[in-house]
Design a protein around this ligand. Sequence first.
Ligand SMILES: N[C@@H](CCC(=O)N[C@@H](CS)C(=O)NCC(=O)O)C(=O)O
Length: 214
Amino acid sequence: MPTYRLHYFPESGNSYKLALMLTLCGQTFEPVWTDFSGGETRTPEWRRTVNEMGEIPVLEEDGVRLTQTAPILLKLAEQYGRFGGEDSREKFEVMRWLFWDNHKLTGYMAAYRYYRTFTPSPDPHVQAHFRRRLDDFLGILEQHLRRFPFAIGDRPTVADFSMIAYLSYPSDETGYDFAASHPAINAWLLRVASLSGWRSAYDLLPGKRLTHYA
Ligand SMILES: N[C@@H](CCC(=O)N[C@@H](CS)C(=O)NCC(=O)O)C(=O)O
């Protein structure tokens, strides 16, 4: 069994993607809390020794540092033979939603939530711009999930774990009450949360939290 260390901070949905996948595959990891708001990931030393891209999360597998959640999720799916899709059509669908998530859903949700909730005095015009884009992406996802129980169809995959991550945090952080605004998304979040072994983000990612301004 490989040994894992996860460099993270608790509010990082990207870290949650990996923590959840490892947990659902029956793996444990050593949590390495990182002082994101204190600027640790912006120091030349951290970028030289941990991640040249300056991003959290970093997953160390037997001492080898891996970054970018999408390829890491695909690698873990391959390694543990779970949540990767069963045939070439499903694998293509997994990639399709992973790319969409990285560019659109996670890309905007992470920025919106951080700006809205963890930044003092956010500019309302900037916040409204993020919100408009996000409303559009959530509408697209809502339509899709009215037709399918999971991202690629009948089976849960890493595409679901990638897309649920930022939507799973408390509504006072995300600014959305999905039960009221997006019932299909809400039902899908509950469906993923009922998978055996599922744990919430703040359960899997302990430690000092960011200041909550909203
Ligand atoms: N595409 C990357 C995104 C990682 C990412 O943006 N992480 C955030 C924290 S959750 C970060 O470190 N941001 C630093 C920055 O944008 O400068 C992944 O999937 O790993």
